[in-house]
Write a protein that binds this ligand. Structure first.
Ligand code: ATP
Ligand code: MG
Length: 327
């Protein structure tokens, strides 16, 4: 089956003047048409790098080492710049954390939405795009410049632009992190409602677990540049099968409180360098054995998820993850 998005063993480094940072260390992830997937994981785990790779929007310091990523069966790394622009225009939409930065400060909103749609449209069509993201008085907003909008309004405009061409996949990278907490849930609701209506798949990159399980069918957890657990969102949150996910879930007791962050896990995230052996979580894991230090875990299927842990099957059998913590 051809997936809408298919990342396979993707390895990406950022090459800086004095060092090389491994951001993705064999990341694999697939998404079907219309599927909603939350990609969670603490800061630096590689979420944005993977999300940007899905549109080949990586900065020039990023170096693709190995592995592949494709959209609707088309491998992105092999494409010409013209073709990649076309794939982005026709199939992909992106929404980032900073809405003002995503808009052109010198251009009226109406014109920006028109350009995002990629073809001629009358005033009424542009107004409809703005109404769909629940912006009132679209005529006034069309005449406005970005600096005249609040953060929440600007993000709604950015969402309208990303969705104007009815993409097959919307990549939303912390789309509400810069907004006031009252408008966050509203803006997320708008994104999901709009995508459901258009049949658009969503890859939502977030720290905020509370926004995830209710809205996304699937959840993937990143750690150290790899997706370490991936499965139905409720199962992953309620009955995790990777020790790192278990630690995350414990840091969000009961129904995830608003703004629950992942930094509550003890220990520090790994600093990856090329060719590190073993499991990246080993130093923080209460279940680590010798093998975890020396051998990289490969993907195994456990209870309907994909898990990257040598002990996943055994821990699931013993129900150990619900009883013991991380060191
Ligand atoms: P956050 O939750 O903070 O947004 P993230 O999960 O999105 O984090 P990435 O931004 O993908 O993580 O970063 C993965 C790794 O790559 C980190 O070690 C980060 O410091 C590094 N990195 C990201 N962007 C760059 C860059 N432009 N130049 C150098 N290193 C980078
Ligand atoms: Mg990020």
């Amino acid at each position: 089956m051809t997936h809408l998005l298919d990342a396979e063993n993707l390895v990406i480094d950022y090459v800086l003047a004095d060092r090389r940072v491994r951001a993705l260390d064999g990341a694999s992830l697939t998404l079907a048409d219309g599927e909603t997937l939350a990609l969670v994981g603490e800061s630096g785990s590689g979420k944005s790098t993977l999300g940007s790779a899905a549109g080949r929007l990586l900065p020039s310091s990023a170096e693709h080492r190995s592995g592949d990523i494709s959209v609707a069966g088309e491998s992105l790394f092999g494409l010409s710049p013209a073709r990649i622009r076309q794939v982005r225009r026709e199939r992909l939409g992106f929404v980032f954390q900073d809405p003002i930065g995503a808009l052109d400060p010198t251009m009226r909103i109406g014109r920006q939405v028109l350009l995002a749609q990629g073809r001629r449209a009358d005033r009424a069509t542009i107004a409809r795009h703005l109404e769909r993201v629940r912006l009132r008085d679209p005529d006034r907003i069309m005449r406005a410049f970005p600096h005249q909008l609040s953060g929440g309004m600007a993000q709604r405009v950015a969402i309208a632009m990303a969705m104007a061409a009815r993409p097959r996949l919307l990549v939303a990278d912390e789309p509400t992190a810069a907004l006031d907490s009252q408008v966050r849930q509203d803006v997320l609701d708008t994104v999901f409602a709009l995508a459901a209506e258009a049949g658009t798949g969503i890859l939502l990159l977030t720290h905020d677990l509370s926004s995830v399980s209710r809205r996304c069918g699937r959840m993937a957890v990143m750690y150290g540049g790899r997706v370490v657990e991936d499965g139905p969102a409720a199962d992953v949150m309620n009955a995790p099968r990777h020790p790192y996910t278990a630690a995350l879930a414990r840091s969000v007791p009961g129904n995830a409180p608003r703004g629950a962050r992942l930094e509550a896990i003890p220990g520090r995230p790994p600093v990856l360098s090329a060719g590190s052996a073993g499991c990246a979580f080993e130093a923080r894991c209460g279940f680590a054995i010798e093998r975890c230090r020396t051998e990289r875990p490969e993907a195994t299927r456990v209870d309907g998820r994909t898990v990257l842990c040598h002990r996943a099957a055994e821990l699931a059998r013993d129900r150990a993850l619900s009883q013991r913590g991380v060191t």
